[in-house]
Design a protein around this ligand. Sequence first.
Ligand SMILES: Nc1ncnc2c1ncn2[C@@H]1O[C@H](COP(=O)(O)OP(=O)(O)O)[C@@H](O)[C@H]1O
Ligand SMILES: [Mg+2]
Length: 411
Amino acid sequence: MALQINATNPEHPALLLALPWDTPLEEWPEEYLVPLPRGISRHVVRYARAGDEVIAVKELAERPAVREYGLLRDLDRLGIPAVDPLAVVTGRTGRSGGPLEPVLVTRHLRGSMPYRSMFETTMRPATMHRLMDALAVLLVRLHLAGFAWGDCSLSNTLFRRDAGAYAAYLVDAETGELHPRLSPGQREYDLDLARVNISGELLDLEASGALHPAVDPVGFGHEICTRYQGLWQELTRTSVYPAGEYHYIERRIRRLNDLGFDVAEMQIEHSPGGDTVTFVPKVVDAGHHQRQLLRLTGLDTEENQARRLLNDLESWMATQDDHAPGDPLAARPEVLAHRWVRDVFRPTVRAVPPDLRGSVDPAEIYHQLLEHRWYLSEQAQHDIGLDTAVADYVRNVLPRARETLEPPAPA
Ligand SMILES: Nc1ncnc2c1ncn2[C@@H]1O[C@H](COP(=O)(O)OP(=O)(O)O)[C@@H](O)[C@H]1O
Ligand SMILES: [Mg+2]
């Protein structure tokens, strides 16, 4: 049987041809290998160099290799964070003439860490909560796409830190199944597997002394379920709003924030029946919003202010015609952010008379206006709009705030 390389990209076969396919993966000479940390696996997995790229090579039987390759391509098409499949190599023959196992080749996920390496330095419980959140986001996204993982675990996930955000990527799709949609029973089953796997993996770490003493392995297993369910509910429940009713959308974003998740992307689709909103959640590190807002707008604020301002910016962006994530012709976020500062942020702050503003900085004023609008809209049960909020704030709130700030008149 002749060596056969089936690849997504026509450039890859030539690069891959240079690798020692007539040698079992376990015996590949050092010169081909890249020494990066690997997670626990059933199959032999090695990292190798192919041209400028680092690839992950996994030896397994032909059928599962082809199947996993296909599933990883599906996940790529669905926009799910997972490793990129590059090729399946079959028809390998050893030097003594005997057949060798086929391999699945994926692109090494740059900057990623298997969880075991992340735990080599004791991880603070707060960081662990963030990792669980990232995994919950991944599982929810997979389930929304109709993918039942079948073996969700820490070993089958890669974690990446990216500008203060945490992201989880699927690395092992072997047990996965793609359906048009999943039933509640299928999701529950998948989630239960995740819970059992994660508790087990954390118990292992505990036994080897690599776990923070405050971390309860079984508790963390349950936590993934709670996080998943909260997120699922918040993302999937009734999602058609009366057109332009920004308030309901904000209420949902705030609930996501309260659950500890952030909105990475939001899209509003207008239809005669109302607005349908979809969110993509993400998990972020402390100080992330502050840095993000500073980068986009030049506004330097506290973390909480930054989060509210970014929510406002993100919602406003979703209403702009040239906002289309993923479309190369769409306006860049920096450009839209600049427009928001010019057309929304500055005029709003300017609507507050300077003598009432006092020494409070513009970002704080804007933040207070957003909070005031939120407060009044909750009372009114609909969005009262920023202009009304500003007017009410100037008339009723600021004068009283000044009274309490100013020193009493001398007697
Ligand atoms: N594309 C990749 N990028 C980074 N690491 C990878 C990649 N593919 C595999 N790995 C590493 O190899 C380990 C085992 O891979 P996996 O597909 O789970 O094998 P198995 O099917 O034997 O469980 C993973 O936990 C991960 O650490
Ligand atoms: Mg695995």
